[in-house]
Design a protein around this ligand. Structure first.
Ligand SMILES: Nc1ncnc2c1ncn2[C@@H]1O[C@H](COP(=O)(O)OP(=O)(O)OP(=O)(O)O)[C@@H](O)[C@H]1O
Ligand SMILES: [Mg+2]
Length: 276
């Protein structure tokens, strides 16, 4: 890959879980040695069924959870969460957006304060500069300036997700990890948020790791697709490769089980019906 911003090698995460009786413990291998690169400015979609390790991978990439072994390199710097700590710059370089923004937004904090907090903690910007930056970011994510003084409960789910995305990019991260960012939203709102993510990617030169179980979303947003199955990456290729010619049995089953949300085929069906 010409210019990878993210390099992951043989990444593993085990969890010690209680085995039930007699206090025995077992190791659960949530992620079993995953390797991949993501090119700068591109989107890698990670798909796979519930429990296959997608969120575990997301937590390792965003330095929330330490890997059991393996390496993560971001823009040439190795992330070492276990030994000499992580610099503030490294933390700023990677941000995350979760499925449910309500859970990650403080209900007592106005949106302006939500957006200014990363600036307050990490920069020496003045109050006026922070306010200007927050207002500018509101506009970038399609929210009016009047929302600056509102609380999270006054927003719709889609608007809250816009706020969560805005907060995540206030410090201009190199990598944005999105864990099922549109799964809780209505279809029409999903499309708006996906379009917004595309626009922001161009404008801020963002790289996305986009986790989703929804293949129509993946088809829309991904440059490359990685399929996970029981903690392993069983398939990885360009979107067109993976969609047109899935290799692994699991991928074939996954694709066969998912109804095609293919607009063209729906249009054709409707046309055929009205002609009949
Ligand atoms: N903190 C933890 N302690 C113990 N086991 C965990 C922990 N976090 C995750 N697991 C286990 O690791 C496996 C992978 O979980 P993970 O949350 O990464 O799956 P996922 O692919 O994100 O699933 P979903 O699509 O449902 O969000 C699961 O078996 C889960 O039970
Ligand atoms: Mg998950």
């Amino acid at each position: 890959m010409s210019d990878p911003i993210l390099k992951v090698r043989d990444l593993k995460r085990d969890y010690v879980i209680s085995g039930g009786m007699f206090g025995k413990t077992k190791l659960l291998h949530a992620v079993k040695g995953v390797s991949f690169d993501v090119a700068r400015g591109s989107t890698l979609a990670v798909v796979g069924e519930s429990g296959c390790g997608k969120s575990t991978l997301a937590r390792m990439l965003t330095m929330i959870d330490p890997p059991t072994s393996g390496t993560i390199e971001i823009d040439g710097e190795t992330i070492d969460i276990t030994s000499h700590g992580i610099t503030r710059e490294m933390r700023q370089a990677v941000q995350i957006v979760f499925q449910n923004p309500y859970g990650s937004l403080n209900p007592r904090q106005k949106i302006g304060a939500v957006l200014e907090e990363p600036l307050l903690l990490n920069t020496s910007m003045s109050a006026a500069e922070r306010r200007d930056a927050a207002l500018a970011m509101l506009e970038k994510v399609g929210l009016p300036p009047a929302h600056y003084g509102r609380y999270p409960h006054m927003f719709s789910g889609g608007q809250r997700q816009r706020v969560a995305i805005a907060r995540a990019i206030m410090l201009r991260p190199k990598l944005l990890v999105l864990d099922e960012p549109v799964s809780a939203l209505d279809l029409s709102v999903q499309a708006q948020i996906l379009n917004l993510l595309r626009d922001l990617q161009d404008e801020f030169d963002l790289t996305y790791v986009f986790i989703s179980h929804d293949l129509s979303v993946v088809r829309y947003i991904a440059d490359e697709v990685m399929v996970m199955y029981f903690g392993e990456a069983v398939e990885h290729g360009t979107r067109d490769q993976v969609f047109s010619d899935p290799q692994h049995d699991y991928t074939k089953t996954l694709f066969a089980a998912t109804p095609r949300a293919d607009v063209e085929s729906i249009k054709k069906r409707l046309a055929a019906k009205s002609a009949a």
